[in-house]
Design a binder for this molecule. Structure first.
Ligand SMILES: Cc1cc2nc3c(=O)[nH]c(=O)nc-3n(C[C@H](O)[C@H](O)[C@H](O)COP(=O)(O)OP(=O)(O)OC[C@H]3O[C@@H](n4cnc5c(N)ncnc54)[C@H](O)[C@@H]3O)c2cc1C
Length: 421
């Protein structure tokens, strides 16, 4: 069994900031992440290779410490007793003991069903961005980027830099909400700089506001998408090879819920409840970053640092980060207001549109059920390999359902690991 003062799940910005803060105070720190490399979503591909100077700075500082251990390709299987986690690495099952645990599990994209969304060539916006960062070839491919939120701009900029032709960015939010959000950026000058950089990287790309993808079409693979422009009766067809479509982010709360941490609804998302020290409702368990609510990299870094310091017993130092956290929480609230989903998105799926992609369950099979549990038991919705991570976000929007129980293991586990443990 391995022992840590502070064990961190998730090596994105929040997890790395928590690790750095705790390690600098002399704590024995362990970091586990299910990816092969650290960095989380925004610093995918490794923090040492990022242009944001905070990423290599954090990573190099952590690598220089001999009280920090990073375990890649490692995920939690089970919590056999308080302060213990049973994890699966790429080759073995291990028990980790912690004095304090920091959950920094981030967020995932919300995907919504519409006719044709299961055609090859249709992906999430961040999903196609992640594929391209991993080497998936997109040179000269025509890509429509659609959905909502600033991630569309970041994804489109990455795809363009990889040689894709961005046909259009299709944003469901309306002009007044976008203008209000733009004005709100005055409170966070670094975001204005970022917005200007993105605008220059995307110059010439049509940005269709108040618009959404109505359906995707193609014979075996994607060939075109139909766009509904707000207020207009006619739809517009865009020819493309890829549609990268994501409707904002959802906090990854499953591990926290399985450990018994309380959650709450915040800005339409379920997020982990934390106190001023980022401590959850469970003793010795903290949460930082997008698991506590979606707010971007700066909020994740601020929360991670507070959690790392508080978990290692340095509350006074942690308190110095409260101002930055409050500022970025306000930014998160403006983000949620500006990119709230429009009601029409609930009406796109037809009876034969698949909602649960793992188990091939259609909208027509689901809409008569009264809740997640009944649908799950009678249709197998949410019982496939993703365990509801994709369809859970969709069924919440379509039918107002929320999963009522989460049990470990929350992700597929090797039988050999279960036997070994
Ligand atoms: C697909 C995608 C692409 C994004 N791209 C951008 C972008 O280009 N620009 C931008 O500004 N923002 C982007 N974001 C938003 C970005 O996620 C946040 O701004 C920021 O990275 C959040 O940091 P975090 O540390 O809270 O979480 P994350 O960066 O999400 O890190 C969480 C880490 O925890 C790991 N993890 C989760 N659960 C477990 C588990 N049970 N066991 C082990 N490991 C686990 C994950 O694999 C991940 O590495 C993106 C988000 C997503 C979902």
């Amino acid at each position: 069994m391995k022992h840590y003062d502070v064990l961190i799940v998730g090596a994105g910005p929040a997890g790395l900031a928590a690790a750095h803060a705790a390690a600098a105070q002399g704590a024995q720190v362990g970091i586990i992440d299910d990816n092969p490399l650290a960095g989380g979503q925004i610093w995918r591909g490794g923090p040492d290779l990022q242009t944001d100077p905070r990423a290599p700075r954090l990573w190099n500082a952590l690598r220089a410490e001999d009280n920090v251990e990073f375990m890649p390709q490692t995920r939690v299987m089970y919590a056999p007793q308080p302060n213990h986690l049973l994890v699966q690495t790429s080759g073995a099952a291990l028990t980790l003991y912690y004095r304090k645990l920091v959950l920094a599990t981030g967020a995932r994209e919300r995907l919504l069903p519409f006719p044709g969304w299961t055609l090859p060539g249709v992906t999430g916006a961040g999903g196609l961005q992640a594929l391209s960062k991993g080497g998936y070839p997109l040179r000269d491919k025509r890509v429509v980027v659609a959905g909502t939120g600033p991630l569309l701009l970041a994804a489109a900029a990455t795809l363009r830099a990889k040689g894709a032709h961005i046909v259009a960015i299709v944003e469901q939010a309306g002009t007044p909400a976008l203008l209000r959000f733009g004005l709100g950026l005055l409170a966070t000058p670094s975001k204005i700089t970022q917005a200007l950089q993105l605008a220059s990287q995307l110059s010439g790309v049509p940005y269709l506001r108040d618009s959404y993808v109505h359906s995707a079409h193609g014979d075996g693979t994607l060939q075109s998408v139909q766009i509904q422009r707000g207020g207009e009766r006619d739809q517009e067809t865009l020819q493309c090879d890829f549609l990268a479509c994501g409707y904002g982010l959802l906090p990854n709360v499953e591990l926290a819920q399985a450990l018994g941490c309380a959650t709450r609804a915040v800005d339409g998302q379920i997020a982990v409840t934390v106190d001023q020290w980022q401590q959850t409702s469970v003793a010795d368990v903290y949460c930082a970053g997008e698991g506590t609510g979606v707010g971007g990299v700066d909020l994740s870094l601020a929360e991670g640092r507070i959690a790392g310091l508080a978990a290692s017993g340095y509350q006074q130092l942690a308190q110095e980060g409260f101002g930055a956290r409050a500022r970025w929480r306000k930014f998160a609230a403006r983000l949620a207001r500006a990119f709230a989903l429009r009601a029409e998105l609930r009406t796109l799926a037809g009876d034969d549109t698949i909602v649960c992609r793992c188990e091939d369950v259609c909208h027509g099979d689901l809409r008569t059920h009264t809740g997640w549990r009944s649908a799950k038991l009678q249709t197998r919705c949410g019982m496939g390999p993703c365990q509801g991570r994709i369809c859970g976000g969709a069924t919440e929007i379509l039918y107002g359902w929320r999963p009522d129980a989460v049990r470990l293991p929350i992700s597929p586990t090797r039988v050999s690991s279960l036997i070994e443990s």
